[in-house]
Design a binder for this molecule. Structure first.
Ligand SMILES: [Zn+2]
Ligand SMILES: [Zn+2]
Length: 153
């Protein structure tokens, strides 16, 4: 700290601008509107998805509305409208905050940590969506008849 103050005092604002600009550059990755699509932090394009259904719902016999894929470890979780929101819980539990849709025809990415939404992102290891014949909500046979009343939000 002492050194920094010394430099600013002796060299004036020209030099003190350097550390400030580094800080701003880092923040830009998180600022809405300034994000470059191929540089979403935390995305591991080579990791395949964990399966074709929500990991936790499959383990407990639950059901989901839509599926989300963790872009860091490939965990498949259910969406925020689903009864359990396992996609969001996975992000909170692991710090893997960037998800992408695992629904056919959807390319968007989303970062829970800063609410950044991306229209598209890097190509990930296949498959890039659940099987198209999987029903919504799903999976087949586990969705209760009154599922609409059990939606979250
Ligand atoms: Zn789930
Ligand atoms: Zn993950």
């Amino acid at each position: 700290m002492d050194r920094r103050y010394g430099r600013i005092a002796s060299a004036g604002p020209e030099v003190s601008r350097a550390p400030v600009s580094v800080k701003i550059e880092k923040r830009c990755h998180r600022a809405p509107g300034s994000v470059v699509r191929m540089s979403i932090p935390g995305v591991e394009p080579t990791v395949p998805p964990s399966g074709t259904g929500c990991v936790e719902c499959d383990a407990t016999g639950g059901w989901w509305v839509h599926l989300r894929r963790c872009t860091q470890c490939g965990h498949i979780g259910c969406c925020d409208n689903s009864p359990e929101q396992h996609g969001r819980k996975h992000a909170a539990d692991t710090g893997h905050t960037v998800i992408t849709s695992f629904e056919p025809g959807e390319d968007w990415f989303y970062d829970f940590s800063n609410d950044n939404f991306y229209e598209s992102g890097p190509a990930l290891a296949p498959p890039d969506s659940r099987p198209a014949d999987q029903p919504v909500p799903g999976p087949q046979g586990r969705v209760p008849e009154d599922w609409r009343s059990k939606l979250n939000g």
